[in-house]
Design a protein around this ligand. Structure first.
Ligand code: GLC
Ligand code: CA
Length: 567
């Protein structure tokens, strides 16, 4: 391949915006399009190439936009269609593309299609959703909902059940109906016409329900497997690719839980023509978040398993997960260093990395004392689940607080002023309890800044082919330090050394051998580099900081959460 054969997204870094919590521009307490426009220069400075904007179509907000009631209009809380068009144009002027979040597995129960569908058995839209009669006076089958309870809701008006894999206010569309698929393609084309050049496809692994609606085999856990990643789903995506994604050349990322590298390849293999890449959640299901080797091995497994005809989309955070610095890092004394180190892990990975708003400032979980501060009622069902399995209320409350999606959904803190500079009015959910201590302005002006380190990382990634397209090999197998070698086909190398622990560690590289590490590598970036203005201390335990440009040494003494990148 020549340079020109590489697609824009292969060199890109994407930034996810959860609009309602990003920046409010008009004082109503809800983030909006004009708020994003105000922040475009910051995003450009960070160096990101595309903005994934969480759903912005009209929605009654049962699930904050992941329940659409009109695919052709925007959520009035976020602004007007003109505001969105302005956002697309202004981002474009700064070289940034907009990735739209398409929620096509289900709609809101307030969508007119569903209103019509539920109105009578003979309504032409009846077959746009999944209706089934009762079986022995109960649900048609044993499928579970992700948000708790069964995936079926009884509708008295026509005396049948409808399927909802998420909340009962999110009825699933019937993709087996060609009229539904045609309309969804029209919607995608409509937005492409508005200048959208990339899509994130919500819960796309669930669209192809097995047509026989068979029961999930009893006693084997929750009933997700039956309708995840089915052959029907692949067939629908191939059709979509042929008619929409392919012809318009859009970049697509599918949310596909429950995949392995082998099954994911069915979506991402270029020859099959389905999606560009996918989000899998494998690394979020490791038995121990602090086992750095398990994490690195998992990334290596995916990179190798997907193979060169596919492409990965590494991420550590999003709007559905707890904050990465709290989950994988250390949000106490080592918060800044660990956020930097995790940023290095992400931004030296293979594929197109995704940053979630606030990750670049090392924002930790938002732990509120008071239960009424929380907003996401869909993660609240976890509380009941836990209580049923015999946990004590205190343990449950703590588990809830450290895992709820609200950790990532509280408004972003821009400064130490009122409401953290997010809004001049009353924010839609309380401001982060650590807003005074942790905010964008403070981080940027600190001696040690997560944000400025992210800028360096992104710059370095773009200037080093080994870092954005080289293969990914993990050398170390034990201890708190990971050593990764990225090697590009032309033989360019990058060695990344990551101490993902709150302890200092002496790392011996000699056993890996020169042939792995490569000769002539020098230090290009680190989060503890020696600066002239720091006076070196005379102390028996003192070890000098590493210096830019120094050669890779056989033994490295690493500080807590220290990372170094050698090229
Ligand atoms: C996806 C979204 C999540 C949403 C769900 C239902 O998993 O990321 O936020 O609740 O789909 O649309
Ligand atoms: Ca607003």
């Amino acid at each position: 391949m020549t340079a020109a054969d590489w697609e824009w997204w292969q060199k890109a870094v994407v930034y996810q915006i959860y609009t309602r919590s990003f920046q409010d521009s008009n004082g109503d307490g809800v983030g909006d399009f004009q708020g994003i426009i105000q922040r475009l220069d910051d995003l450009r400075e960070l160096g990101v190439d595309a903005l994934w904007i969480s759903p912005f179509c009209a929605s009654p907000n049962d699930d904050n936009g992941y329940d659409v009631s009109d695919y052709y209009s925007v959520q009035p809380e976020f602004g007007s269609m003109e505001d969105l068009e302005e956002l697309i144009a202004r981002a474009g002027e700064r070289g940034m593309k907009i990735m739209m979040d398409l929620v096509f597995n289900h709609t809101s129960d307030e969508h007119p299609w569903f209103q019509e569908s539920r109105s009578s058995l003979r309504n032409p839209k009846r077959d746009w959703y999944l209706w089934r009669p009762a079986k022995n006076g109960k649900e048609p089958n044993n499928w579970d909902s992700f948000f708790g309870g069964k995936a079926w809701e009884w509708d008295p008006q026509t005396g049948e059940y409808y399927c909802h894999i998420f909340s009962r206010r999110q009825p699933d569309l019937n993709w087996a109906n060609p009229a539904v698929r045609e309309e969804l393609k029209n919607i995608a084309r409509f937005w492409i016409g508005k200048g959208i050049t990339a899509f994130r496809l919500d819960a796309i692994h669930l669209i192809g329900k097995p047509l026989d609606f068979r029961d999930f085999p009893a006693g084997t856990g929750r009933a997700f497997r039956v309708w995840e990643n089915t052959p029907e789903t692949h067939a629908y995506l191939q059709e979509f690719y042929r008619e929409v994604f392919g012809p318009f050349g859009v970049f697509t990322v599918g949310e596909t839980g429950g995949t392995t590298p082998q099954s994911a390849r069915l979506y991402t293999d270029r020859k099959r023509g389905e999606l560009t890449t996918i989000f899998h959640f494998d690394h979020h299901h490791l038995p121990d978040n602090h086992d750095i080797h398990a994490l690195l091995r998992n990334w290596e497994l995916w990179q190798r398993g997907l193979g060169s005809d596919s492409w990965d989309a590494p991420f550590l955070s999003n709007h559905d997960l707890a904050r990465v610095v709290s989950a994988f890092g250390d949000d106490g004394v080592w918060r800044v260093r660990s956020a930097q180190a995790l940023g290095a892990l992400l931004l030296t990975a293979w594929g197109t990395p995704f940053i979630y708003q606030g990750e670049e400032y090392g924002v930790p979980n938002a732990i509120f004392e008071d239960r009424s501060s929380y907003r996401d009622h869909h993660s609240a069902y976890l509380v009941d689940q836990f209580l049923k399995t015999g946990y004590l209320p205190d343990e449950v409350w703590n588990a809830y607080r450290s895992s709820t999606r609200d950790n990532s959904r509280v408004p972003l803190c821009w400064n130490s002023h009122d409401h953290a500079g997010f809004t001049s009015g009353t924010p839609w959910m309380p401001i982060h309890p650590r807003a005074q201590e942790i905010n964008a302005e403070k981080d940027r002006s600190s001696e040690v800044s997560v944000y400025r380190f992210f800028i360096e990382l992104i710059k370095m990634r773009k200037s080093s082919p080994a870092l954005w397209r080289g293969d990914y090999r993990v050398l170390s197998r034990s201890g708190p330090v990971g050593v990764v070698v990225r090697r590009d086909k032309k033989g360019q190398r990058a060695v990344i050394v990551l101490n993902l622990s709150s302890r200092a560690h002496l790392m011996d590289l000699r056993s890996f051998g020169r042939s792995y590490l490569g000769k002539g590598l020098t230090l290009h970036l680190g989060n503890y580099l020696r600066e002239e203005k720091i006076v070196e201390q005379e102390h028996p335990f003192y070890r000098p900081r590493p210096q830019l440009g120094e050669p890779l040494q056989p033994q490295l003494w690493l500080r807590p959460w220290e990372v170094r990148i050698y090229l």
